[in-house]
Design a protein around this ligand. Structure first.
Ligand SMILES: [Cu+2]
Length: 120
């Protein structure tokens, strides 16, 4: 009888934890070189990230062109191509020429960037 309530509380707690992790990550990005890599949230598995260099940022259309290394998770060789981004906030601080590390998923036939962070 208490189970649904407990589940709701747990779901709420994990949402809060997710927001906190995002806030911490966002803050780290602004604090520059003092942020040790150990402070990165564990949710970002570096093995899932692909190296790339930004070629074009299209905030209005939520797209970014990246010259990327091989993406093993989707069996894609190195190339320059356009990706959609899941959240346009990801493009806020992005500039042409930025070195990035990113994760991509295939969704509805499109390549969608799900994570994007500055390369260390
Ligand atoms: Cu590609």
């Amino acid at each position: 009888m208490n189970a649904p309530t407990l589940r709701s509380l747990l779901a709420c707690a994990s949402l809060l934890a997710g927001s906190a992790a995002f806030a911490a990550n966002h803050g780290a990005a602004h604090s520059g070189h003092h942020a040790a890599s150990a402070a990165q949230p564990a949710a970002i598995a570096s093995t899932d990230l692909t190296d790339g260099e930004v070629r074009r940022v299209d905030v209005a259309n939520k797209k970014v062109t990246i010259k990327h290394a091989e993406i093993k998770s989707i069996a894609m060789p190195a190339m320059t191509m356009v990706f959609q981004v899941r959240d346009p906030v990801m493009l806020d601080k992005l500039k042409v020429g930025d070195k990035v590390r990113f994760a991509v998923e295939q969704a509805n036939g499109a390549m969608v960037v799900t994570q994007l962070q500055p390369a260390q």
